[in-house]
Design a protein around this ligand. Structure first.
Ligand code: SF4
Length: 318
């Protein structure tokens, strides 16, 4: 079974959110992967005698002391099927330590995931990929169901094409994760995402981001700056970019979710080491996630992402 998650947008009232890691292992797809946190987690667990088998061979040590993905992807069918035994209302982030559309994962395994998701109609599954091309290719074979939210990661202007691909799939619910959003550095108005529009993708002109989101049928957008254990590697996140993406999400009729401004912003604004009234460090402050410390015009956006309204297993089956 999966485990509870600390992902902020996975919490909502009584519904329990969690990570469902049925596949483990990955490899970089684009610049957003440069500080992939999952490598460190898989490396540690690979050496853990209790859970090590699931992680076996996924990460290797490099001569310079760093770690890297090997490209091996392990599948745990038992864990996938375990969701069918769980009759409670849950929301799963399906695979936080891999990418469900990774090229080394067999097509049948990907399709099997969506078949199981469809059978577990009382639970919600959120899947996120950077492999929008494979998602689009497999879409006609996927059993899309109303309890799945399918999303693409878009970390910079060059990756906007993934939204177009998402829009062409048969997914019932669609979202975009602009996280970590990588603003250019040094940042100037000319290099902002606002000025990247109008933009042409596949020969079609989009006057503003809202056109892209509307055409793709996107229901929710999450924006966040990069965070990281070490204070120096997280990259830049400019609040003008965040404001534009949130404004456009709203204008497209989708739900805006502004998660955090990232570690660099937290350091620059001296909020990184924030403490609560008991003197304890505020965990989210290190990621720039304390809303009250944000500029007023951005505090109006939600940090939460509401769950889908699904049928309850007990109500249907007695
Ligand atoms: S796709 Fe996700 S899990 Fe895979 S390398 Fe990139 S950030 Fe890491």
């Amino acid at each position: 079974m999966g485990k509870k998650t600390s992902i902020a947008w996975m919490r909502d009232g009584d519904v329990q959110g969690g990570s469902l890691n049925t596949i483990i292992g990955c490899s970089p797809a684009s610049p957003g992967c440069a500080n992939c946190y999952a490598i460190g987690e898989c490396w540690r667990k690979q050496h853990n005698t209790r859970v090590g088998k699931d992680f076996e061979g996924t990460v290797k040590g490099l001569p310079d002391g760093n770690r890297a993905w090997t490209g091996r992807v392990n599948f745990n069918r038992e864990r996938l099927n375990s969701v069918l035994e769980d009759r409670s209302r849950r929301c799963w982030f399906a695979n936080s330590l891999s990418d469900l559309f990774h090229k080394n994962l067999e097509e049948e395994v990907i399709l099997e995931h969506f078949s199981v998701f469809a059978r577990a109609y009382w639970q919600e599954f959120r899947c996120l990929t950077k492999r929008a091309d494979r998602l689009l290719r497999l879409s006609p074979k996927i059993k899309w169901s109303a309890n799945v939210q399918m999303g693409v990661s878009v970390e910079d202007i060059e990756r906007m094409f993934r939204i177009v691909a998402l829009g062409k799939t048969g997914a019932v619910h669609k979202f975009v994760s602009f996280e970590p959003w990588l603003s250019p550095w040094p940042f100037t108005a000319e290099r902002s995402v606002r000025r990247a529009f109008p933009m042409q993708i596949d020969g079609i002109e989009y006057r503003a981001l809202r056109d892209l989101l509307k055409e793709a049928g996107v229901e929710c957008c999450i924006v966040g700056g990069e965070s990281g254990r070490d204070k120096h590697s997280p990259r830049h996140f400019h609040l003008d970019d965040a404001a534009y993406i949130m404004e456009e999400t709203k204008a497209a009729g989708a739900h805006p979710c502004l998660k955090q401004f990232g570690t660099r912003w937290a350091i620059a604004t001296n909020t990184y080491g924030m403490r609560d009234s008991d003197g304890k460090p505020v965990k989210s402050a290190r990621k720039g996630g304390v809303k009250t410390s944000w500029p007023a015009h951005l505090q109006t956006y939600s940090q939460e992402w509401p769950f889908l309204k699904l049928l309850d297993y007990k109500a249907v089956n007695g």
